[in-house]
Design a protein around this ligand. Structure first.
Ligand SMILES: *Cc1c(COP(=O)(O)O)cnc(C)c1O
Length: 431
């Protein structure tokens, strides 16, 4: 069975459900698979659906954990919306992986739903209420709120930076009510993330309540994200007998890490390229070798506005040496002007409408040398539906984006939230 060790102390290893409940390792590190399982494409023979592939992939990670018996139910619940791989050319050399068919139309629905199903699976009728704290730069909060809304024994507090999410995103963060509490923080996403970290370390709060996290620091969100990279790479493998290469829009590096872990677990994945917005901490690190986190900058791809990605600690745990890391992954930064130009250009040339995050990946693909484009089978990862960002996308393409049914339902709900200062005291008072 796979154990999960802290990035800061490999001898601190626990099973899956302990890691899931703790969120953060006791020494402040992040949980990572101590020894990742090793699978081959043949291990997935006969697994056709996303849920079936997720089940095969996650079983060795979950091991003999108490949650093992319920794993088929958990994957069925988390992966009940599709993640189709759409061809963008006739030769099977370029695809888009659409991760936006879930309830809040972004990839985070998959991880959030898996996490919520795990929490519910671990909750016993006599157990204390669990409070889930989540800091969001946009889409995380919506996906987590949707996934946990109405689940018994669970309260959710969603912290988002006031004025730094789009009106459409804010609606999706504040339309829930019931067991979901929306907190509009006078600060940045990094402030929100720090407040959540501080809350977990706070003795008063620890006495008052059982807290857990739903950020991408939580393993139970991260691990299931491997499933759609697995399914897409297997589809390319089964069709063409070659591995797939992914371009992943990245912010806090959760999706990037899931893709790297999937490859480390033996899935047929060749190159992994990270597309960042103007928050260039990771591209700069790969170039200079110096880790220099900085305050986040607001961009059009706001769900990727992360200047100090917490999952970098996991990235460095996976590849402790810079030269290993450099050969494992590459990363590029895309400016707002380039995002806008890419949305316009790909709409005009292909009729394809990208969300601003997906546009960073499309732009990075366009920048690849033609020889490299031709040498691999590329998958642009589409992290959100463009209808989540009408304020940005519609003026660029000169038409309305049609809204999927799931989102239209969220837009129709009444919104409410509480505004707080960006400090632990304010969060304590609000909880
Ligand atoms: C969260 C998010 C990202 C960034 O993903 P990370 O896992 O934080 O790197 C990209 N695009 C969208 C739409 C997102 O919501």
């Amino acid at each position: 069975m796979t154990l999960f060790a802290s990035t800061r102390n490999t001898s601190l290893a626990v099973g899956f459900s302990v890691a899931l409940m703790q969120g953060l390792a006791p020494d402040g590190g992040l949980f990572v698979p101590a020894v990742p399982p090793r699978l081959t494409p043949q291990d997935f023979d006969g697994a056709q659906t996303l849920a079936a592939i997720a089940g095969r992939l996650l079983a060795p990670f979950v091991g003999t954990d108490p949650l093992t018996a319920t794993l088929p139910g958990l994957t069925a619940e988390a992966f009940n919306s599709p993640a189709p791989l759409q061809p963008l050319d006739e030769h099977g050399r370029l695809f888009v992986l659409e991760l936006f068919h879930g309830p809040t139309a972004a990839f985070k629905d998959f991880g959030a739903r898996f996490l919520a199903a795990c929490f519910e699976g671990l909750h016993t009728p006599r157990a204390r209420v669990i409070t889930i704290l989540v800091a969001t730069s946009g889409d995380t909060g919506a996906a987590v709120a949707s996934a946990f809304h109405g689940r018994p024994g669970i309260e959710v507090a969603v912290l988002f930076p006031k004025g730094l999410v789009s009106p459409t995103q804010e609606q999706q963060l504040t339309c829930w009510g019931g067991n979901v509490h929306s907190l509009s923080v006078r600060g940045t996403f990094d402030d929100c993330q720090r407040m959540v970290k501080d809350a977990f370390a706070d003795t008063e709060l620890k006495r008052r309540m059982v807290m857990s996290s739903a950020n991408s620091i939580n393993l139970a969100r991260l691990l299931p994200q491997m499933a759609y990279f697995a399914a897409a790479s297997l589809e390319v493998w089964r069709q063409h007998g070659e591995p797939a290469s992914f371009i992943v829009p990245s912010g806090n590096l959760g999706n990037a890490l899931a893709c790297l872990w999937a490859r480390a677990a033996g899935l047929p994945i060749a190159q992994i390229v990270l597309a960042h917005n103007a928050n260039r901490t990771v591209p700069d690190y790969l170039q200079s070798g110096e880790w220099r986190p900085r305050p986040s900058i607001a961009t059009l791809a706001s769900a990727m506005d992360v200047g100090d990605p917490s999952n970098a600690e996991r990235l460095r745990a996976l590849y402790p040496h810079l030269d290993e890391l450099r050969s494992a992954v590459s990363a590029y930064s895309v400016s707002d002007e380039e995002i806008s130009a890419r949305i316009r250009a790909d709409y005009q040339s292909r009729g394809q409408i990208w969300c601003p995050h997906t546009a960073t990946a499309a732009e990075v693909y366009a920048r690849l040398p033609a020889t490299l484009q031709a040498a691999q089978r590329w998958v642009i990862v589409s992290t959100a539906h463009p209808a989540k960002f009408p304020e940005i996308v519609e003026p660029l393409i000169g038409r309305a984006v049609s809204v999927p049914q799931s989102l239209a339902g969220l837009f129709a709900r009444a919104a409410s939230c509480v505004e707080i200062e960006a400090d632990l005291g304010a969060l304590r008072a609000a909880l």
